[in-house]
Design a binder for this molecule. Structure first.
Ligand SMILES: Nc1ncnc2c1ncn2[C@@H]1O[C@H](COP(=O)(O)OP(=O)(O)OP(=O)(O)O)[C@@H](O)[C@H]1O
Ligand SMILES: [Mg+2]
Length: 304
């Protein structure tokens, strides 16, 4: 278990840093959720290819090769440690990015925050309450839009509230409006571009008025130009709707462009290597020496 390194030039506690960031960027009390991950460790069970039947047992008695295979398989660990002592405080309305190597556990952190999984150890607390399951105000958007092809854009966006018996057409229209898809509300997913499908997926999350928006590489499969446009749209949605955002991305520039903080994770099992505060306004000035310095610093931490 490794403690997180404090943010570059600050000696305040993590919650105090988080509060300061939220107030300075949103300027007012935010409607976003407060998030606390405390001492989170997580592992997945590993399956062993060991057959305990009597035929393989006999084979092991007569065949040294079968015995060696059995012993090697039995000696493998039965758990895959994924997260190792993650402590993280996120203030209401903060925009935090998680970066780390592939397979280090970033999506696992989002799944824990959404309530799709519970941690092996530690606690996930949102707005003072332990997360025990999913909730519409904690929305998760994935790399793939995963729209239902037999439903129109409007019907896809309406799906969640409809399933809960709380369909408010006005909200569906507002969500479509906010992502610029009003004119495509009756289109089917197969007729949409990648960027439009991703916008529909964002609307499907936004219709629940999330207080915590979890974004798992939502732009990962889009071309560079669409990606930049959608980044701008997420930034303005965040500014106007005041949700707390946790974004997983492999793109360091994207993280710096959008976030108040960039959390750099180690290889699996992941711990926080550094919690980096992004100075206000820096994301809008990629040419700034400080932007480039932070970009290089993060890439170095990621071993590139
Ligand atoms: N349900 C599961 N059962 C077993 N192992 C799993 C499960 N989900 C994830 N893993 C493993 O946990 C590790 C972390 O997975 P995770 O999806 O969180 O990584 P990631 O950092 O999001 O990777 P990427 O950047 O490639 O998306 C991986 O090694 C993965 O194989
Ligand atoms: Mg992932």
């Amino acid at each position: 278990m490794t403690a997180s390194t404090p943010s570059t030039a600050s000696t305040t506690s993590a919650p105090a840093q988080a509060d300061a960031a939220a107030t300075s960027t949103t300027g007012a009390a935010s409607r976003g959720a407060r998030v606390r991950l405390a001492g989170i460790s997580h592992h997945y069970p590993l399956r062993h290819d060991v057959d305990h039947g009597w035929v393989p047992a006999l084979m092991r008695l007569v065949s040294p090769a079968a015995r060696a295979r059995y012993e090697a398989e039995s000696a493998k660990p039965d758990q895959l440690p994924v997260l190792d002592g993650i402590d993280l405080d996120i203030a209401p309305g903060e925009f935090v990015s998680l970066v780390g190597q592939s397979g280090c556990g970033k999506s696992t952190i989002l799944r824990l925050l959404s309530g799709l999984e519970t941690p092996s150890q530690g606690s996930v607390v949102v707005d003072g309450e332990a997360v025990t399951g999913t909730a519409p105000e904690r929305a998760l958007a994935f790399q793939d839009a995963t729209l239902l092809p037999w439903r129109t854009v409007r019907e896809n966006v309406a799906l969640g509230p409809q399933a809960r018996g709380r369909l408010e057409p006005r909200r569906v229209e507002a969500a479509l409006q906010v992502v610029g898809l009003r004119d495509f509300a009756d289109a089917y997913p197969t007729t949409l571009s990648g960027g439009m499908a991703q916008r529909a997926a964002l609307a499907r999350a936004l219709v629940n008025r999330p207080r915590l928006f979890l974004l798992d590489e939502p732009f990962g499969k889009l071309d560079a130009l669409t990606r930049l446009t959608l980044q701008d749209e997420i930034a303005s949605l965040w500014a106007s709707q005041g949700f707390t955002a946790v974004l997983v991305t492999h793109d360091v520039e994207e993280a710096l462009r959008l976030s108040n903080r960039v959390i750099v994770l180690s290889e699996r099992p992941a711990h926080v290597v550094e919690d980096i505060r992004v100075p206000e306004g820096l994301g809008r000035d990629e040419a700034a020496p400080e932007f480039q310095r932070l970009r290089r610093h993060i890439l170095t931490l990621l071993g590139r």
